[in-house]
Unconditional design. Structure first.
Length: 295
């Protein structure tokens, strides 16, 4: 089954007061290139994240983003440090007396010292609980990304099949035109041989007939048409291949198809055949563009 290299997959959950989000984006790339962005709590798991992604994708530039944050309904774990409040209040009152100020010490003055608050631990600090959730969501995001890439691959498979079918139909017309063209050329050369033979000139009929055969053979594109048909057959078979590396194999077959198309166009020496081969090469170029997106 064909698989595209572009797609998106995400997964999200709220557990233990923590909202976790995993996003994966994939675009075309010649090789597998993985970039990962993690929160500080999960930085130690970067290698495992990369390995999980690499196990499912052979090609493509894949960006992974994992975010953890406290749920909006989660209470803030902050408390007042009473001893520090009293200590700072005493210092401010001493400063007031020494400076002979009449302004009383207020809450606003105390709030200038963040030490009067203690930040308790939150669910974000419980790494042993964060990673299992993130790992589960990462696998879900991978599955969704892969499913999207396969859906796009199915659409490309249909497009490729239609184009190869059209190429096959055009090649059938080319084969008919080639046979007719070859017969015309043979008759024209045979007429020239007879014209020379009717004159009182020293000539070798065997040599002239040999030249006729060689000239006709140079115009014969039967072998090229046969090889082209074989490449088309293997191309269609490869479209249904579940093995990895399908994109590379299809690219190789495409190069061979283009080679045969160019050879046929140059050998035929027939304007109508050349025009049809131009159309075939245009279709192959469209296939080439789409193949850049196949894993």
């Amino acid at each position: 089954m064909l698989e595209s290299m572009t797609g998106y997959g995400s997964a999200e959950s709220v557990e233990n007061g923590v909202r976790t989000l995993v996003e994966l984006r994939s675009v075309n790339n010649r090789f597998a290139e993985i970039s990962v962005k993690l929160p500080r709590q999960l930085l130690s798991f970067e290698l495992e994240v990369r390995e999980m992604i690499r196990a499912h994708f052979q090609r493509g530039k894949i960006s992974a983003f994992i975010q953890v944050q406290l749920d909006e309904e989660q209470p803030i774990a902050v408390s007042v440090n009473a001893s520090k409040v009293k200590a700072y209040k005493g210092l401010l009152e001493t400063l007031q007396r020494e400076a002979q100020l009449t302004t009383p010490v207020t809450l606003e003055h105390l709030l200038r010292f963040p030490e009067v608050f203690d930040n308790g631990t939150t669910s974000l600090d419980q790494i042993e609980k964060l990673w299992p959730v993130a790992k589960k969501l990462l696998q879900e995001a991978i599955d969704r990304l892969k499913a999207m890439r396969r859906r796009e691959g199915e659409e490309l498979l249909v497009d490729f099949s239609v184009r190869i079918a059209e190429i096959e139909q055009t090649l059938a017309l080319v084969a008919t035109l080639s046979a007719e063209n070859l017969e015309v050329v043979r008759k024209r050369l045979a007429a020239k041989v007879e014209a020379i033979a009717s004159k009182d000139l020293a000539y070798s009929r065997d040599r002239l007939e040999m030249e006729l055969v060689l000239a006709a053979d140079k115009l014969d594109i039967t072998e090229e048409l046969t090889r082209f048909a074989s490449h088309n057959k293997f191309f269609l078979e490869e479209l249904g291949n579940d093995e990895s590396g399908t994109g590379r194999k299809l690219n190789f077959l495409l190069q061979e198809q283009l080679r045969e198309a160019n050879t046929i166009a140059s050998k035929s020496q027939n304007a109508e055949i050349s025009q049809k081969m131009v159309r075939i090469k245009e279709e192959l170029e469209k296939v080439r563009e789409q193949l850049q997106n196949i894993e």
